[in-house]
Design a protein around this ligand. Structure first.
Ligand SMILES: *[C@@H]1O[C@H](CO)[C@@H](O)[C@H](O)[C@H]1NC(C)=O
Ligand SMILES: *[C@@H]1O[C@H](CO)[C@@H](O)[C@H](O)[C@H]1NC(C)=O
Ligand SMILES: *[C@@H]1O[C@H](CO)[C@@H](O)[C@H](O)[C@H]1NC(C)=O
Ligand SMILES: *[C@@H]1O[C@H](CO)[C@@H](O)[C@H](O)[C@H]1NC(C)=O
Length: 317
């Protein structure tokens, strides 16, 4: 009995995980969040003698070599009225406001370089440019860690991102700007003049193109090192993702059903075992039953003599 109860709990937990893994796919992954936290820390370390409005390049930890980070401290009023002419690939026009309001803020720039696809895997797409991040934080304590991002909103002209090295897209394919917001929501928009994207909010940005190879099945949440390369010519590029979604849902549904079946089986067995124990207990107490006899002969005798309705009904599925 003591062994059965935890197993049942584990099964229910497993079922719950199945249900909750679906919406959680939309949330920013913990790896992305941890990366933002780490980069904020290393970017703030670049401010040895901080001057306002000047970008300071930070040195990333050695386990992130290939990533470029930079930070710029600004008065909130100056950001709103003057913007920032060039912060790496970003141009911020007047009219940007932050929420909640702070007097001074730090803009943190990330260029994820060859780590882009690892931290921002996008099945079915290939990156033509590195993932660039623009995040804003409160500047009141430059030794602070684990800061939460400020929301920034370009109320006037959108913030422009001009990518410097965009790989050429395979002929016939259409490059798209991709934007990951801080909740992990992905949005696509058109590329302007071959290398420019625009945004009204903070987040991570890049230029992608649909991969011509079918995307890998979205089974594991582990970020892949390399994006799927173009291996096969496939005409039904657009249908690919929807097919995978359907396959995924069917497999997920079947899994869920079989888990439910297992749960019901477990409940049945648990109920049976409980009944047996009760009978054995009855026998021990001395209801004149032979311990050696098989269950079938013991059962009716015990049922008649000791009926405990609470236990009978409690575990009915
Ligand atoms: C990289 O190194 C930093 C500092 O040494 C550490 O805090 C961080 O967890 C490491 N990150 C990864 C992804 O290994
Ligand atoms: C990116 O390149 C650096 C060297 O510049 C290397 O140390 C690092 O392992 C590479 N990262 C990935 C994910 O391949
Ligand atoms: C700034 O942040 C650091 C690290 O969290 C903390 O130790 C320090 O007390 C803070 N300083 C102020 C003035 O809040
Ligand atoms: C996502 O992009 C579309 C255009 O591609 C745009 O109309 C829509 O407003 C965007 N969504 C958000 C949340 O910005």
């Amino acid at each position: 009995m003591g062994l059965l109860v935890p197993s049942l709990e584990m099964l229910s937990l497993l079922l719950l995980c199945c249900f909750f893994s679906l919406p959680r796919l939309r949330a920013q992954s913990s790896a992305q969040e941890a990366l933002d936290v780490l980069i904020q820390d290393y970017a703030y370390r670049a401010f040895v003698r901080p001057r306002t409005g000047i970008p300071f390049d930070g040195i990333p930890p050695s386990n992130l070599s290939g990533v470029h980070i930079s930070a710029m401290r600004l008065r909130s009023g100056s950001l709103r009225t003057r913007g920032v002419e060039g912060f790496k690939e970003f141009t911020i026009y007047p009219g940007v406001i932050e929420q909640p309001y702070v007097e001074r803020l730090v803009l943190v720039y990330q260029n994820l370089g060859n780590w882009s696809a690892r931290y921002y895997p996008l099945p079915g797409y290939v990156y033509l440019a590195p993932v660039l991040g623009l995040l804003a934080y409160d500047a009141s304590n430059l030794s602070a860690k684990h800061l939460t991002e400020l929301d920034i909103l370009a109320s006037g002209q959108p913030i422009s991102v001009e990518f410097s090295d965009v790989k050429s897209a395979p002929p016939g394919s259409l490059p798209k700007c991709v934007w990951f917001d801080l909740h992990g929501v992905v949005n696509f928009s058109n590329v302007v003049s071959g290398n420019r994207c625009s945004t009204v909010r903070q987040g991570h940005f890049s230029i992608v193109v649909k991969s011509t190879a079918p995307p890998p099945a979205p089974v594991s949440p582990k970020p892949s090192t390399t994006p799927p390369g173009p291996k096969h010519k496939d005409k039904e590029k657009k249908k690919d993702s929807s097919v995978w979604i359907i396959v995924g849902s069917v497999v997920g549904g079947l899994l869920l059903l079989s888990l439910l079946g297992i749960l019901i089986l477990w409940l049945r067995r648990y109920q049976q075992k409980k009944r047996m124990q009760k009978m054995e207990k009855a026998a021990e107490v001395g209801e004149a039953l032979h311990m050696a006899t098989v269950g079938s002969t013991k059962a009716p005798a015990a049922m008649v003599t000791r009926t405990q309705p609470t236990l009978e009904t409690e575990y009915m599925p």
